[in-house]
Write a protein that binds this ligand. Structure first.
Ligand SMILES: [Zn+2]
Length: 82
């Protein structure tokens, strides 16, 4: 199941403020528009593992390093894609 990253458009709480939070969703799930915790408007950060190595994506991953990394450790198969 793909992992999506959401981030508050502005402000937000500890959960949704930059760099956002990760949500496991199926492709059929509607995308979130509000933070489930604080109700702030959020947008889905485009992440396309394996589809590109854009600077933005690399920067994003670096920025996110160490943040909520448990999921990525458990899902070690994400790493070989880079
Ligand atoms: Zn929030």
């Amino acid at each position: 199941m793909p992992m999506y990253v959401y981030e508050a458009k502005s402000g937000g709480c500890a959960k949704c403020a930059s760099p956002g939070f990760e949500v496991m969703q199926s492709l059929n799930d509607a995308k979130l528009t509000r933070c489930p915790d604080c109700g702030a408007e959020i947008f889905r950060v485009i992440q396309a593992p394996g589809l590109g190595h854009s600077e933005t994506d690399l920067h994003y991953r670096a920025k996110r390093a160490g943040f909520k990394c448990l999921k990525r450790v458990q899902k070690g198969e994400y790493e070989p894609m880079y």
